[in-house]
Design a protein around this ligand. Sequence first.
Ligand code: ZN
Ligand code: ZN
Length: 423
Amino acid sequence: MAGHDGKIIMFIGDGMGGRDVPSLGGRTCLEAASTPALDALASDGASAMMYLANPGQPIGSDTAHMALLGYDPHKYYRGRGPFEAMGVGLDMQPGDVAFRCNFSTLDDNGIITDRRAGRPQTGTEELAAAVVDAFKDGINGVQIFFRASVEHRAALVLRGEGLSYHLTDVDPHAAGVKPSLCAPAPDCPPSEIAAAERTADVVNIFVAEAAKVLDANPVNAQRAAEGLPKANSALPRGAGEAVDIPPFATMHGGLRGAMIVEVDLVRGLGDYAKMDVIRVAGATGRRDTDEIAIAAAVVENVPKYDILLCNIKAPDLGGHDRDPEQKVQAIEKVDRAVGYLLDNIDWENTVLMVGADHCTPVVTGDHTGDAVPVVFYGYGVRRDLVHTYGERAAAAGGVGQIAGADAMTLLRNFVGRIDKFGA
Ligand code: ZN
Ligand code: ZN
């Protein structure tokens, strides 16, 4: 290791990149938002365009954050479910199969009317408790673990002999249709078909029985009385098995890492990577999140760690909701958090990267494989000629075009905490 103890902060606005929005005069949400702090970083720092995976490949928050932390997702990824489960505090053992679930709304004919059940703000813990109680004796000899997370999100873990994670999603990713039946995935290895069929049976029983339990729960009577969509089904997707990855410190020359993030599945990755996962009161993972509390937690923890990863979820929500105004406001929250960092950190000894884990354009409502703008600021960064933060401006950045997997290398280089390649 080179003899320096500079600190690294990686700050991710989830899904913050986007595409041109007609109602914003052809600008992206980032370009339309008022972002004095991000623009100051761009002015005094160096920008880049970053593809998290292969250019054009849409990527999830989990695989994107793996890449950002230096873990090749093609090598280590075993599905989303395990990260979600670990992130909400469900323990995972070897052989367990985990899913992320959505609380969704079914009408009387079993048709999905709202995949996210109106993004419930309360009551999901009671609903989850009722599901847990209903399955306390397991299904076909398989133990069932279930826990609610933020809003409509939840996680399901199956534990038993001979399970397989090569399964299709129950969540059809669209409203107006019935939930899909779980089945062995098209890419299921032939040797695992029997196990996948057995696991799919358990999942299908879970979905059918959980819908009855949820629909009968008083929380849903209350929601209906208030005119809110019922959270009367739990639809699994993203099946995966427990992953085995090297600790973050082992990957990065002993650097001590922690994360302050709003996405459960990224927290789950942190648990797997043996990073400290710091919880912040007021970090809700929603639009109402307290961005200053998050930034203050970063400032407070910089002395204790070599690298902090921070993630604010709100911009991604605006993208998925196809709501430019909501996304612009969320980006302005990220900007206020970054402004707090600018004012409260010793930049003689610290480097900051601000970027996104993928684009979630309001014009598509889902992740796209477009490059995201990134800015580096602080210790070791060679200032370029870019003066604002945004998709078009960053394309002229001095760091050029990078991959998500380059982020840690670049950051370690800025602070002199990486070994030379060669003599
Ligand atoms: Zn994301
Ligand atoms: Zn997203």
